[in-house]
Design a protein around this ligand. Structure first.
Ligand code: HEM
Length: 231
């Protein structure tokens, strides 16, 4: 607030440098209002409901028979897509909070992280059920045979402890430092999920989406690495 008031005065002797300042001041004034709006108690449940929409659409599509010629493939792929999208969204919350000052975003992090895990589990279950008929031996053989499945399984296995320790009691039991160290596994999970996606699409020589996700993840992880180095 003080900064917003101080900036125009500081630039008073430089008219050209002053020009963007009112806009910055307005943005600074709007930020707390938006933050208060995002912190409204209805927003988090609304976000929760919104995160369930992709699953609802997949279930409705499967029942109505509107998932295309290969519904099993559509279920596996679309749940995988949502796991990756939610991973990116979860990773985007902290940089966005730092950039905008919207503290309310911190309250969504655990929920979106858990939804990432939830869609990854749905993705695995769709594969295990529709592709492998819930045959554990066939799944194990596939993990050993196809590297892209091994990489996906590793990403899912690494997500498991993060989901299991995302609750207050687990954080307390682990201690903040150990909890933070454990959650650094996201630096491995994101590249593994991307590699899994790349390997799958490489067979079809279809790289457009892979490049888009790679750019987003490089930005989000790069920002974290840069901040860690700064610290
Ligand atoms: C045990 C764990 C996993 C298994 C067995 C698995 C298996 C699969 C399979 C069979 C496909 C479809 C391949 C095809 O249609 O040719 C696929 C695609 C995909 N998976 Fe996974 N996956 C796993 C974990 C993950 C995780 C953890 C993520 C992300 C966080 C993920 C994201 C994706 C994505 C984005 C696709 C591509 C979807 C598309 O083409 O639109 N998978 N996975």
């Amino acid at each position: 607030m003080n900064r917003a008031r101080a900036l125009p005065a500081a630039g008073a002797s430089e008219p050209a440098a002053q020009r963007p300042l009112p806009r910055r001041g307005a943005a600074a004034a709007a930020a707390p209002r938006l933050d208060a709006w995002l912190a409204h108690r209805a927003v988090k449940p609304a976000l929760f409901a919104l995160a369930l929409v992709p699953l609802a659409l997949l279930v409705i599509g499967a029942i109505a028979g509107t998932l295309g010629a290969n519904p099993a493939e559509a279920l596996i792929r679309r749940s995988g897509d949502w796991a990756l999208r939610l991973l990116c969204l979860t990773l985007a919350l902290t940089p966005l909070r730092r950039l905008t000052g919207w503290q309310a975003l911190a309250r969504w992090r655990r929920m979106l992280g858990l939804f990432t895990f939830f869609y990854a589990v749905c993705h695995f279950l769709a594969y295990a059920w529709l592709d492998k008929g819930l045959d554990a031996a066939a799944i194990a053989r596939d993990i050993g045979k196809r590297p892209f499945i091994l990489v996906g399984a590793t990403a899912l296995a690494l997500l498991l402890p993060l989901a299991a320790t995302s609750f207050g009691r687990a954080i307390k039991a682990l201690g903040a430092a150990r909890w933070r160290a454990l959650h650094r596994a996201v630096y491995a999970i994101a590249p593994l999920a991307l590699l899994h996606f790349y390997w799958m699409r490489a067979a079809k020589r279809d790289f457009d989406e892979v490049i888009a996700y790679a750019a987003v993840l490089a930005l989000l992880l790069g920002w974290r690495a840069w901040r860690a180095l700064e610290r």
